[in-house]
Design a protein around this ligand. Structure first.
Ligand SMILES: [Zn+2]
Length: 264
C-alpha cells in the first residue's frame, strides 16, 4: 500500500515509486495524469515513466505488449513497500556485472570496496543544487538537515550536489562512457563499478557550496570545506576519499558519508 503524499522513494527490483508531485511530465500528454496522481512509477534501469497511482487506481502511461509483465512488476513493487526487507538483494547486480564483464569478487578484492545494498525506502531531503529531488536514507536525511542548519548558524551554506544514486544510474554512466569508446579499465579508474558506490546506500552526499562549481578539488579551499572538516564528525559524517586513500580512488573533498552519530 502506498499512502498518498508520503515523501518517500520506494525501490522494487525492476521499478521504483516516487511522489508524482516532485516530478515533471516528460510529455505534454502526460502532464495532467501526473498532476492528478499520488505516485509515479518508473522503470529503474531506464528511468522511463511507466504508470501513475492515484489512490489505488493504477494507470499506465504507455500501452505495452508486455503489459502483463508490467502488472507483475508493479505488484512486486507494492509488496516491497509493505515488505519486511530493508534493502534490495545484491543478486540484482549480477546481470549488470555480466553485461560489463566485471568479476565482482575480483574487483571487490582489488579495490577494497564491498558491494553496497540499496535501501527499499528512501527519505525526501529537499532538492539538490540542480533542483532534483534529493533522496537519502532516513537517518542520514535527518543528520544532513541538522548539519546544514548548524552550518547556516556559522554563516556557511552547504548544498547537496547528489545523494542516493542507484546501481542502475551508475550503470548508465558506464554505458555512456563505453559508447564513447572509453575502455572499462579507464572508467573504473574514475567511477566505482555499479553496485559498489557509497551513493547506493543513501548515506553518501556530495556536498558543495553556492558559487563553487560542483565536485571539483578546489572545494577544499572553501569555508564550507573548512567547516566540514571541523564539524561534520559531530553529525556523523566523514570524508570517504582522502588524498592517497587505500582504494586508489581520486581525492574527493566533496564526498561525505554518514556513518552514524554519537549524538543519536
Ligand atoms: Zn560522491
Amino acid at each position: 500500500m502506498l499512502i498518498p503524499a508520503e515523501y518517500r522513494l520506494i525501490n522494487g527490483s525492476r521499478l521504483d515509486a516516487v511522489p508524482a508531485c516532485l516530478y515533471r511530465a516528460r510529455a505534454n500528454s502526460h502532464a495532467r495524469q501526473l498532476a492528478q496522481a499520488d505516485w509515479l512509477i518508473r522503470e529503474r534501469s531506464s528511468g522511463i515513466y511507466i504508470a501513475t497511482l492515484q489512490g489505488s487506481g493504477l494507470r499506465f502511461l504507455k500501452r505495452s505488449p508486455a503489459a502483463q509483465q508490467r502488472f507483475e512488476a508493479v505488484n512486486e513493487l507494492l509488496a516491497a513497500a509493505d515488505g519486511a526487507a530493508s534493502h534490495l538483494s545484491l543478486t540484482d547486480l549480477e546481470p549488470l556485472h555480466a553485461e560489463l564483464g566485471i568479476d565482482a569478487e575480483a574487483y571487490s578484492r582489488q579495490v577494497g570496496l564491498s558491494a553496497v545494498p540499496e535501501p527499499v525506502q528512501l527519505e525526501y531531503a529537499g532538492r539538490d543544487c540542480f533542483r532534483r529531488p534529493l533522496w537519502l536514507a532516513y537517518d542520514a536525511a535527518k543528520a544532513w538537515a541538522r548539519m546544514q542548519s548548524a552550518a547556516v548558524s556559522d554563516d556557511v551554506r552547504l548544498q547537496a550536489i547528489s545523494g542516493y544514486r542507484s546501481a542502475h544510474y551508475q550503470m548508465g554512466i558506464f554505458r555512456r562512457k563505453s559508447a564513447r569508446g572509453i575502455p572499462l579499465h579507464d572508467i573504473l579508474a574514475v567511477n566505482a563499478a555499479p553496485g559498489f558506490s557509497e551513493h547506493h546506500s543513501g548515506r553518501a552526499i556530495d556536498i558543495g557550496t553556492p558559487g563553487e562549481a560542483p565536485a571539483l578539488e578546489s572545494f577544499e579551499n572553501t569555508p564550507a570545506f573548512d567547516w566540514l572538516n571541523r564539524n561534520a564528525a559531530a553529525f556523523g559524517f566523514r570524508m570517504s576519499y582522502a588524498r592517497g586513500n587505500a582504494h586508489g580512488i581520486s581525492y574527493e573533498p566533496w564526498h561525505w558519508f554518514w556513518i552514524g552519530s554519537d549524538q543519536d
